[in-house]
Design a protein around this ligand. Structure first.
Ligand code: F6P
Length: 339
């Protein structure tokens, strides 16, 4: 068999480990040929591919980013009726035929899963792997990249404690996650946040202020506030979430408040050993799906088992933090304010 592999959407730690898992299994175990497709779906449109060999796999396990490059190209995005631009799905089908690819393995987040599902619906053989630091892909308990992002954010929160305490300040840290609060919840709890705000939960600035003032009364004149980037803010959303919350806290409490936006540091660099192993397992399983002709499926972690789900069930859904998540329930009992 000859397969193509692409990486699409925002990068995250562990993509290269997944490429390695897919390719090494394909070449070593199944005797397949593998083509690396450059820059996500753009490479399929432009027929921009290169053969991958065992040699290309050296040094990939701990390498951040993606050796194939990525883009946010969405080939199935509706074109206006008047558009004279190229028919991207047709070009994709044509290039897959031209390159004689028996299947395309798509590694990506929610947008990628949607495009992969559309390709499968066109009759193209597709297998996908979920990838995002946000952990918001529906159908899998975890995505690789999330554990690394949480450990980076936790380290950042740890470091804010000493400077917050030295200056008796409120420190607000904004973490990524898009519309989901997974990174905020896991890093906020692991980093000992006093207030943790998730996009999934409403908040009241007076509650937040009271939490901070009560801490002062208990002899703790500083506080750590962890904010998911997707929380509701001012209606015009002119400010970033962290900046908005920091300003509101200062108005509410009169305490000196500073904000930090952790940003792309959460996405760059070396994956944790957990993410390397998850990526390796998912990559190997993707190749197994290809080899056994189980197309139109996304690899998923279910409990401790690597399995798969139909792509058509995944597209367009988000996996959000449930309000009864045990970290929230236990955190509330400990006096942590979730809004
Ligand atoms: O998907 C991960 C993510 O890091 C989100 O948390 C964030 O909102 C988004 O990507 C930003 O990425 P970009 O600037 O590349 O679109």
């Amino acid at each position: 068999m000859r397969i193509g592999i692409l990486t699409s959407g925002g990068d995250c730690p562990g993509i290269n480990a997944t490429i390695r898992g897919v390719c090494k299994t394909a070449i070593n175990y199944y005797g397949m040929e593998v083509y690396g497709i450059h820059s996500g779906f753009q490479g399929l449109i432009d027929n921009d591919m290169e053969p991958l060999t065992e040699k290309s796999m050296s040094g990939l396990l701990n390498l951040g980013g993606t050796i194939l490059g990525t883009s946010r190209e969405k080939p199935f995005k509706k074109r206006p009726a008047s558009s004279t631009s190229e028919d991207k799905p047709a070009l994709i089908a044509q290039n897959i035929r031209r390159m004689q690819l028996d299947c395309v393995v798509c590694i990506g987040g929610n947008g990628t899963q949607k495009s992969a599902a559309k390709m499968a619906a066109m009759g193209i053989n597709v297998v996908s792997v979920p990838k995002t630091i946000d952990n918001d892909v529906w159908g899998t308990d975890l995505s690789f990249g999330f554990d690394t992002a949480v450990s980076i954010a936790t380290d950042a929160i740890d470091r804010l404690h000493s400077t917050a305490s030295a200056h008796k300040r409120v420190m607000v840290i904004e973490v990524m996650g898009h519309k989901a609060g997974w990174i905020a919840l896991y890093s906020g709890m692991a980093g000992g946040g006093d207030v943790i705000l998730l996009p999934e939960l409403p908040y009241n600035i007076h509650n937040i202020g009271n939490t901070i003032i009560n801490r002062l009364k208990k002899g703790k004149p500083y506080s750590i506030v962890v904010v998911g980037e997707g929380i509701a803010t001012d209606p015009e959303r002119k400010k970033r979430a962290g900046e908005y919350i920091a300003q509101e806290i200062e108005y509410e409490t009169g305490f000196e408040t500073r904000e930090t936006v952790l940003g792309y540091i959460q996405r760059g660099g070396t994956p944790t050993s957990f993410d390397r192993n998850l990526a390796t397992r998912m990559g190997g399983h993707a190749t197994e799906l290809v080899a056994t002709g189980q197309f139109g499926r996304m690899v998923s972690l279910q409990g401790d088992t690597i399995a798969s789900v139909p792509l058509e069930e995944v597209g367009g859904k988000l996996k959000l933090v449930p309000e009864n998540h045990d970290l929230i329930v236990e955190g509330r009992k400990m006096g942590i304010c979730f809004g």
